[in-house]
Design a protein around this ligand. Structure first.
Ligand code: HEM
Length: 569
């Protein structure tokens, strides 16, 4: 028997064990009401995780409230919640009980070594401690010139386009936001420039890939969640690649090609960085970002740390780029030969924030009065500064800009759900009790070991019990007066503004200040200089849920957001 056949036999054995394991799962959650299952094989998963799942999530919230039972694959149970107290337990209080799923952590360990996404408990906390200063407000303050430098490049490119063509032009704004976010995380995060941001043709191929990655990923999501964690460690990477090639599966092949490309780019950046560090301080200072990028700061912090807290060299290099894009990591388990984390940082920072910036501009194009109000605020503040760029403090004292960003991130969160899995039998207390199928009032849910819990960021941010009857409307003004008492008293466990957008607890988004700054810098420059209005295709634009929300037109496969723009003067 050759080694290929042995690995094939092992794969079959693992799958059989996996079926048996699932069947012994408990039925304790059967008393919690929830939607019927359309399929034993997939349960409700295809309804919850699909690009157009908005309606199903709204239906769950309206029909079953903030704690629901879903049918998982193969007759298993899954909890779906946005109850504030339940989220507090899952994400903050008992976060060691509600961890990322086993397969996820093991797969990441295989590929990335001990980075943020592949560590738990003490080790994860230790890495966060070292990483925190690189993402602190103090460091963001130092980075602000880099943010403005990149935003001004975008401004020049768009101005140039408008000055050499019709006064109002249709522009595909999503790709410009993606390119800007890529350049920003390149310069501020990695000390590397991807894109001169001069015209449409100068785009780095990486930004195109980022637009295709998530839509492809969501088409594969069921397999990713339910099969991949159990097979990702089987055989060698070479074996797994051979298996993928044999499968008649277009999306998986496309994913493999995209990752191979990203891998090459990441390797190049990685080598440049290492080379500069080996050459010493002067070489680092000559780099883009002038030694202030996240990797450089992390290295400096690590040198200062006590011996106990210090990360090993490999851990440092693995760490900074090991930024979210959780779902891609599963695929990397299958496809990539050895660790390459640069891509994770780039994607985490890029797709989330570019989606948020594009959504903000889209909303402003649909609400011209809000756009004008924002423009006036920026122009007046700029006037007081004699036209100079804003400082970090200036940006945090523009109330309407702040309100527009918060409201957009509330109503249109780029990441709509996160999933955790219980590591032992446990209780989940509820702020709002539910009625069980047997008619009893349930104040806390007994969740057996290995229960999947989906936390709905989307429904938490739109909960009418907390935000009021207008919770589903985009109203920046709500942030200019005191927030509803019910919301404040609910103690939403999010790190940002009673919102779950950046999550809460020890695994919350470490880059949320980075992303806030980026949004404010880019939106303030664009709205001051350009007027945004709906394009003729506006009614066809459909925002898809995906892993990170993205707009598409009609049946097109790749995200795009056409918008009309003209110069303000
Ligand atoms: C609007 C933009 C962004 C949104 C909505 C967002 C959202 C999130 C969410 C929901 C998580 C938790 C995922 C989970 O636990 O399953 C997360 C984690 C993370 N994000 Fe972001 N993110 C954004 C931008 C960024 C940026 C710009 C960076 C880096 C520069 C970043 C770095 C990270 C990291 C490192 C984690 C993992 C933290 C850990 O496991 O300890 N994010 N993000």
């Amino acid at each position: 028997m050759n080694s290929f056949n042995i690995q094939l036999a092992l794969a079959a054995l693992v799958l059989i064990t996996f079926w048996c394991f699932l069947h012994r799962k408990s039925r304790v959650l059967n008393n919690i009401s929830g939607p019927p299952s359309p399929s034993w094989f997939k349960g409700n998963y295809e309804q919850v995780f699909n690009p157009n799942a908005w309606g199903f999530h709204e239906f769950l919230a309206k029909t079953y409230g903030s704690m629901t039972r879903l049918h998982g694959p193969y007759g298993t149970n899954t909890l779906y919640t946005f109850d504030p107290k339940a989220m507090q337990t899952v994400l903050v209080k008992d976060q060691n009980v509600f961890e990322e799923e086993d397969g996820f952590i093991k797969g990441n360990l295989l590929i990335f070594g001990e980075g943020l996404f592949s560590t738990l408990g003490h080790r994860h906390r230790k890495q966060r401690k070292i990483l925190n200063p690189a993402f602190s407000a103090a460091h963001m303050r130092e980075m602000i010139p880099v943010f403005f430098e990149v935003a001004h490049k975008l401004e020049s490119a768009l101005k140039n386009k408008l000055q050499h063509g019709p006064a109002t032009q249709e522009v595909e704004i999503l790709s410009w936001m993606g390119r800007t976010a890529l350049e920003l995380i390149g310069q501020a995060g990695l000390g590397y420039s991807f894109d001169p941001l001069t015209d449409e043709d100068s785009a780095h191929p990486y930004s195109q890939i980022s637009k295709e990655l998530f839509p492809t990923l969501i088409r594969l999501q069921f397999w990713q969640f339910n099969i991949l964690p159990y097979v990702s460690w089987i055989g060698t990477a070479g074996f797994r690649r051979r298996i993928i090639k044999m499968l008649p599966w277009k999306d998986l092949h496309h994913m493999q090609d995209m990752i191979a490309y990203m891998y090459g780019v990441a390797e190049e950046i990685y080598k440049i960085k290492l080379h500069a560090f080996e050459a010493g301080d002067e070489a680092v200072a000559l780099q883009i970002g002038r030694g202030n990028d996240l990797i450089s700061v992390l290295m400096k912090e690590n040198m200062k740390a006590s011996e106990e807290d210090r990360l090993g060299d490999v851990e440092v290099i693995a760490q900074v780029p090991d930024i979210h894009l959780i779902y891609l990591l599963h695929y990397l388990c299958l496809i990539v030969v050895h660790p390459q984390q640069m891509n994770t940082l780039i994607f985490a920072a890029m797709d989330t924030t570019s989606s948020a910036m594009a959504r903000t501009l889209h909303l402003l194009s649909q609400h011209p009065e809000a756009q004008e109000r924002l423009r006036q605020e920026i122009i007046e503040a700029k006037h007081l500064k004699d036209g100079h760029d804003f400082s970090y403090e200036d940006l945090s004292t523009l109330p309407y800009l702040d309100a527009v960003c918060r409201e957009t991130l509330r109503l249109y969160t780029p990441v709509t759900t996160v999933t955790r899995s219980t590591r032992r039998d446990t209780m989940i207390p509820l702020l709002k009790p539910i009625i069980g199928l047997d008619g009893t009032e349930i104040h806390e849910v007994a969740a057996p070991n290995d229960t999947r819990v989906i936390v709905s960021i989307y429904n938490s941010n739109r909960n009418p019990d907390l935000w009021g009857e207008d919770a589903n409307e985009w109203k920046p003004e709500r942030w200019l007066s005191p927030l509803p008492k019910a919301l404040v008293e609910a103690h939403i466990p999010g790190v940002y503004s009673h919102l779950m957008t950046f999550l809460g607890g020890g695994r919350s988004c470490i880059g949320f200040k980075f992303s806030q700054l980026e949004m404010k810098v880019v939106i303030s420059i664009l709205v001051e200089k350009f007027r945004f209005s709906r394009s003729s295709k506006d009614s066809e634009i459909l925002w898809q849920m995906n892993t990170i929300t993205a707009p598409i037109i009609g049946k097109a496969n790749h995200p795009q957001l056409p918008m009309n723009i003209s110069l303000v003067n």
